[in-house]
Design a protein around this ligand. Structure first.
Ligand code: NDP
Length: 465
């Protein structure tokens, strides 16, 4: 049977674009890609890129405060002009979008700027009614914000909306304690909004190392976020020009805007998967094997829609490995172990690779090397903000199992720490590495003695057996 294409990619985000470019540009496959929205996907258009630019914009107040501590009398951040920032942001996103499109075209990928759905294991239907056949279909449609399912939730915004706001809200509620809630609470507080964050747990960033979570929780309050723990909204209602919110503890409050940051769900609805035999996991994610292949041999899926590790670099690697395997004669899989990540908070980022202290303890014996201190730069300026460096070490093999950093540019540091840890470095390797002085990161190679040693308790019966 002849097909219109060797590969039809649905979704022009990180994973889909990489797979299409490699399959067409490097391996000579005939490739088409459909994207219903802007090219670049969540990361470029409504995620990592605009978010990080907003993080940069939001630190002016902290920088001015620090500079006053260095003797710059009267240093002030001045007035933030959202309109100016948004115009520049829009121009930058358009620039990136055009680069993504141009790179695809240069690789020989045919682009359809419209929605595509799946008709059968080798056919997709475009929104304009045309049908295209392909030997392989790659689903790379990502995720969508998930709402909590409470009355009035439609009055709230999602993170996508934030980049499109005409003006900043005076008083805002962020709901959630994950990546997006914490980063946007940091941004909005930094841009001068009265920021309340409501989280149903007792410390933000569940899944991260507990000590890092506690420091992040404290830091949010210290930068002026009104962080309300162990509460959750139960209902929203219109209140004049604003929104009235009722919380689980019975309290009520009013806001100009409410932003849901209550997780994301795979965007599989309406994709036509019921026509194919592709299996879904209970949360709607597409079930794939280590080759990113679904239960239908001609259909593959990469990125957030598979809910493995939902980060851009992971989707890119999955898309690349898929293209090399299927079209390049170079079979390879992606390791989802030791994936480093960072949460861009201010003044200190939270970054991590490998096991958390809690996970390492559950796995077996572990020696913890950690240090918490006030870094030179901000301490001089009178700040109390603390840095943390932590290494988790297997006492038997001396292997470093995890690294956790809370500090300025922790995201940059963890990228480098992730290299030796991925290579299987031991604590002795870290110790043998000369320090760079004076830096905060030098602590990673100068921690001599464990702060604490956790040993798995062996049940008495097993010990005597
Ligand atoms: P997360 O999964 O990180 O956090 C979701 C938060 O919402 C959690 O605090 C969760 O609470 C809470 N929550 C879930 N359901 C409800 C509910 N019904 N009511 C109240 N609270 C609820 O998702 P995000 O939306 O923050 O981010 C989505 C994904 O985007 C992340 O998985 C991450 O991979 C990616 N991302 C990465 C960034 C980075 O790398 N810097 C930045 C932004 C996003 P609980 O913890 O109790 O479950």
């Amino acid at each position: 049977m002849t097909f219109d294409y060797d590969l039809f990619v649905i979704g022009g985000g990180s994973g889909g674009v990489r797979a299409a470019r490699i399959a067409a540009g490097e391996h000579g496959a005939r490739v088409a890609l459909a994207e219903e929205s802007r090219m670049g996907g969540t990361c470029v258009i409504r995620g990592c890129v605009p978010k990080k630019l907003m993080i940069f914009a939001s630190q002016a107040g902290l920088m001015a405060q620090e500079m006053r501590g260095y003797g710059w009398e009267g240093a002030q951040a001045g007035r933030f002009d959202w309109t100016v920032f948004r115009q520049k942001l829009d121009a930058e996103l358009t620039r990136l979008e055009l680069i993504y499109t141009a790179n695809l075209e240069k690789s020989g990928v045919q682009i359809f700027h419209q929605r595509a759905t799946i008709v059968d294991p080798h056919t997709v239907a475009l929104a304009d009614g045309t049908r295209k056949t392909a030997k392989h279909i790659l689903i790379a449609v990502g995720g969508r914000p998930a709402l909590p399912g409470i009355p009035g939730e439609e009055l709230g915004l999602i993170s996508d909306d934030l980049f499109l706001m005409e003006s900043l809200p005076r008083r805002v509620l962020l709901v959630g304690g994950g990546f997006i809630a914490c980063e946007f609470a940091t941004i909005l507080a930094g841009l001068g909004c009265e920021t309340v964050q409501a989280y149903r747990g007792d410390a933000v960033l569940r899944g991260f190392d507990r000590q890092a979570r506690d420091m992040a929780t404290l830091q949010l309050s210290e930068i002026g976020v009104d962080l309300r723990l162990n509460v959750n909204p139960t209902a929203l209602e219109r209140q004049g020009d604003g929104i009235g919110v009722t919380f689980t503890d019975g309290s009520r409050d009013g806001f100009d805007a409410v932003i849901w940051a209550t997780g994301r769900a795979p965007y599989t609805a309406g994709l036509g998967l019921e026509n194919t035999g592709v299996h879904l996991r209970p949360n709607g994610a597409i079930a794939v094997d280590e080759w990113s292949q679904t239960a239908v041999p001609s259909i593959f899926a990469v990125g957030d829609v598979t809910d493995r590790v939902n980060l851009t670099p992971v989707a890119i690697r999955e898309g690349h490995a898929f293209a090399d395997t299927v079209f390049g004669g170079r079979a390879r899989t992606v390791s989802h172990v030791n994936v480093a990540s960072a949460v861009y908070l201010r003044p200190h980022e939270v970054a991590s690779v490998g096991l958390t202290e809690e996970q390492a303890c559950a796995r077996g014996d572990v020696d913890v090397y950690d240090t918490v201190f006030r870094p030179m730069r901000s301490m001089f300026a009178g700040s109390n903000a603390k840095v943390m460096m932590k290494l988790l070490v297997d006492p038997e093999t001396d292997k470093v199992l995890g690294c956790h950093i809370v500090g300025p540019d922790a995201g940059e540091m963890i990228q480098l720490a992730a290299i030796p840890i991925t290579m299987g470095a031991t604590k002795a390797d870290f110790d043998a590495t000369m320090a760079v002085h004076p830096t905060a990161a030098e602590e990673l190679v100068t921690m001599r003695n464990p702060t604490r040693r956790h040993r798995l308790e062996v049940p008495a019966q097993a010990a005597t057996a």
